[in-house]
Unconditional design. Structure first.
Length: 77
């Protein structure tokens, strides 16, 4: 049963022209680029933590919270 399913998958992949290969290649390049972005973000985040003792997400959260507090403070007056 498993051998038949595998054979069917192989036949379908080879008979559908090169569009499947192009799709697989584009997905792998996106995954590779996301991996590179992830590594760059991790290195940047590490540098920020070393310098400020807070990660990028904490800085972003605090800035957004300050902005919300300021907007609520000016709208109540």
């Amino acid at each position: 049963m498993i051998r038949k399913i595998l054979m069917l998958c192989v036949i379908l992949l080879t008979c559908t022209s090169c569009s499947e290969f192009a799709l697989l290649a584009s997905v792998s390049s996106v995954a590779a680029s996301q991996n590179a972005y992830s590594k760059a973000y991790g290195a940047l985040d590490f540098g920020v933590v070393i310098k400020t003792k807070k990660d990028i997400k904490t800085h972003t959260y605090e800035r957004i919270k300050e902005a919300i507090d300021r907007s609520h403070g000016t709208s109540r007056d």
